[in-house]
Design a protein around this ligand. Structure first.
Ligand code: BGC
Length: 339
């Protein structure tokens, strides 16, 4: 288990320093609310507790930085709705947009237009470098995919059939995780076969469960699922349990929400790769406020960004680590309710 590595300690130190922001500077016109405060909008990808944590982080930073925040998610993956929302925020005169593009091709033009109108745009959770965003705040998804593969190989003892399940085949975070995962398997674990069909649910839980059930029925010798998005691990666990194969089919998956952590305790999940969505929201608002106040270069330097990227890090958690993990997250101010 990699817990609270130096990266997190460092990032939290940053949070604490930048959290005491001086407030908007001269170059930062207050937004349209009449409050005189900066108006920052956050755009998530689907209705899911993962995004509730991002919103919580945004609100925590807003309180400290003296800015107003608003948050929106479509019910499931819908890049078109995301683009429309961005356009409406541009029309409303928001000062900053923190966004997670479900499809950079569809969302990118709206972001480019916002940037042309001097709105500070920062990507979170899933990067969209071609949009011209000022920075990215979130997981290094390619590396995290490789990490997931190493953990999977340990669980399988280097052999067996693995099925990948994801919520998106357009968002860059999903594509990068899958790429990292497959590359490690191909290069290092010849005994592991990654099935060519990737289960795609467009962040719709009912579809995710139904596809996992069908795959289990069609593959009696399936050894494991790799759950790429937060909704995949639990959906695969529900399907596996209903097939009476819990424990026989391993599940390595992303995220550390209440449902994951309870399933991990019950050994319905084997390994979770915990992202830090709360920090994505928190640092996202901080970096947008800092860019508007101090300019991009100074702001990114102050937040410890590398090549425009603020890496929020991941934790690897197994059932035996849960109690310790909760205590550590709590100590760091990251919400841990319900598990
Ligand atoms: C991903 C998000 C996704 C969420 C919910 C997370 O693992 O980083 O992009 O929206 O899962 O499925």
């Amino acid at each position: 288990m990699k817990l609270f590595r130096f990266a997190l300690a460092l990032s939290l130190a940053c949070v604490l320093t930048t959290g005491c922001a001086k407030g908007p500077g001269d170059n930062a016109a207050g937004g349209p609310s009449g409050s005189g405060r900066l108006q920052i909008a956050g755009l998530g990808k689907s209705v899911h507790p993962f995004w509730d944590q991002v919103e919580m982080g945004m609100k925590a930073a807003a309180g400290k930085a003296g800015v107003d925040v608003e948050f929106y998610v479509p019910s499931k993956e819908d890049a078109q709705k995301q683009a429309e929302k961005i356009k409406s925020w541009v029309a409303l005169g928001k000062n900053g947009i923190l966004f997670a593009a479900s499809d950079p091709e569809t969302v990118g033009p709206a972001i480019k237009d916002a940037i042309a109108r001097k709105i500070t745009c920062v990507a979170m959770d899933t990067d969209a470098p071609d949009s011209g965003r000022a920075a990215y705040v979130g997981t290094d998804n390619y590396l995290a995919g490789k990490t997931a593969a190493e953990e999977m190989a340990k669980e399988l003892g280097g052999k067996g059939k693995v099925c990948i399940a994801t919520g998106s085949v357009t968002a860059s975070n999903s594509l990068e995780r899958i790429k990292g995962f497959k590359e490690v398997m191909a290069a290092k674990y010849p005994g592991i076969t990654v099935l060519p069909e990737v289960l795609v649910d467009n962040e719709d839980r009912a579809v995710a469960i139904q596809k996992a059930k069908a795959k289990l029925a069609a593959t009696p010798d399936l050894a494991a699922f790799f759950g790429v998005y937060a909704l995949n691990g639990p959906s695969c666990a529900i399907a596996t349990e209903s097939a009476g194969r819990t424990g026989k089919v391993k599940i390595v998956c992303f995220d550390n929400l209440k449902e994951h952590m309870n399933m991990l305790k019950q050994k319905k999940l084997d390994v979770v790769i915990g992202q830090r969505p709360y920090l994505m929201g928190l640092k996202g608002v901080e970096v947008i406020s800092a860019i508007i106040r101090d300019g991009k270069d100074e702001a990114l330097k102050g937040m410890g960004a590398r090549n425009g990227i603020i890496d929020t890090g991941v934790d690897i958690v197994r059932p035996q680590d849960v109690e310790k993990y909760r205590a550590e997250l709590k100590k760091l101010g990251i919400p841990v309710e319900g598990w």
